[in-house]
Design a protein around this ligand. Structure first.
Ligand code: NAD
Length: 359
């Protein structure tokens, strides 16, 4: 019998009414009947912080851990050392930075994610976020809700995306899909910054130019979008120093991970007008505290904030894909079948991907 521990977000009333909210504590990725019919034990909870949490109580003897980036159960090195039975961590979604991957390597714990499962969901959100910042959408909508009507107050900071330079930090599955979706907007140029070059035909298909120096890259962009995983090389990458090299009044979209952008530096840049806008759905701590500065910070004209809770990759379409993918990974593990190579982040004792940093 295998003990499977699953940490998901609470779905509450919504999950009771909408069974397709599979990534919730209530709907348990849809795996309970199947797993129990095989005689395995399933523990599902949202309680993840502190020594009395279900996460920390059950991790000591669980063999399989399933987590989601939307409500991350942070598996620190300390917890890895206590998890004597743990063999495999499965991320229901994409992005496994909440697991200490180096500790997983050292302790021969595999880490897999459902690669590709929500990359279109995120790419669409990125394009929407770029448009809502560039076109100054949020203050325009707020004005309408307030009952006001003063077109010039909105138009003074609204632009077209056409003829702007847009660049992505990271041109993997999501970054590339963002570039593909931007092509019809007739941007002046599409740029990317990534140590892994796109295959020439792929770069040509989206007419994207690679820039090797990050400061040079941001200094050429009107819009920067972050689409790289969080690891040692990207934590705090967009900091006060780098923000000085952005074009004055640029827009920044980050749906990758909150901690890639320095919280206070981004807030200061938006407040001063160095950035015209910041938008995304990822936060350095999740759930974000009520007083997190990114909830309310605005540019000097009172707009430029497109922040939402972490949901771009958890649309109902995405949940169907990552619930199914997580089940397949678990099925392979339980029956000793090989895993899809693209899903393996950490194999037994080594990284199987170069996306989490150049090593
Ligand atoms: P991917 O592995 O296909 O691509 C990541 C790319 O980033 C790779 O090309 C890699 O070389 C590049 N990269 C890594 N470090 C870099 C660095 N220092 N500078 C520049 N480029 C770097 O991953 P993906 O599917 O595109 O997902 C990317 C990330 O997006 C995930 O790791 C996750 O953190 C985030 N994500 C967020 C959501 C959401 O709901 N907001 C959903 C899915 C994924």
């Amino acid at each position: 019998m295998v003990k499977v521990l699953v940490i998901l977000y609470n779905g509450g009333q919504a999950a009771r009414e909408e069974p397709r909210l599979l990534g919730t504590v209530e709907n348990e990725l849809g795996i309970r009947p199947w797993l129990e019919s095989l005689g395995h034990e399933l523990v599902v909870s949202s309680s993840k912080e502190g020594p009395d949490s279900d996460f920390q109580k059950h991790i000591v003897d669980a063999e399989v851990l399933i987590t989601t980036p939307f409500h991350p159960g942070y598996l620190t090195r300390d917890l890895v050392e206590k998890a004597k039975n743990l063999k495999i961590c499965i991320t229901a979604g994409v992005g496994s930075d909440h697991i200490d991957l180096n500790a997983a390597v050292d302790h021969k714990i595999q880490v897999l994610e459902v690669s590709g499962s929500n990359v279109v969901s995120v790419a669409e959100h990125v394009v929407m976020s770029i448009l809502l910042l560039v076109r100054n959408f949020v203050p325009a909508h707020e004005m309408i809700e307030r009952g006001d009507w003063q077109v010039s107050d909105i138009a003074r900071n609204a632009y077209d995306l056409e003829n702007k330079v847009v660049g992505t930090i990271g041109a993997g599955r999501i970054g590339y899909r963002v570039l593909q979706r931007l092509l019809p907007f007739d941007c002046k140029e599409l740029l990317y910054y990534d140590y892994a070059p796109l295959p020439p035909a792929a770069a040509e298909a989206v007419k994207a130019r690679k820039v090797d120096d990050l400061k040079e890259f941001v200094s050429q962009c009107d819009v920067v979008t972050v689409n790289a995983p969080l690891h040692e090389g990207t934590r705090g990458l967009v900091n006060a120093e780098l923000l000085k090299h952005f074009k004055k009044g640029a827009w920044l979209v980050n749906t990758a991970r909150g901690a890639i952008c320095d919280k206070d530096a981004v807030a200061a840049a938006l407040k001063s007008g160095q950035l015209s806008g910041y938008s995304g759905d990822v936060w350095n701590v999740q759930p974000a505290p009520r007083d997190h500065v990114w909830r309310t910070v605005k540019n000097p004209l009172g707009g430029g904030n497109g922040m939402v809770p972490h949901y771009s990759g958890t649309t109902l379409d995405a949940q169907a894909r990552y619930a199914d993918g997580a089940k397949k990974i678990l099925e392979n593990y339980l029956s000793g079948k090989p895993q899809e190579p693209g899903n393996v982040i950490v194999g037994i004792g080594k990284y199987e991907t170069s996306a989490y940093g150049k090593r």
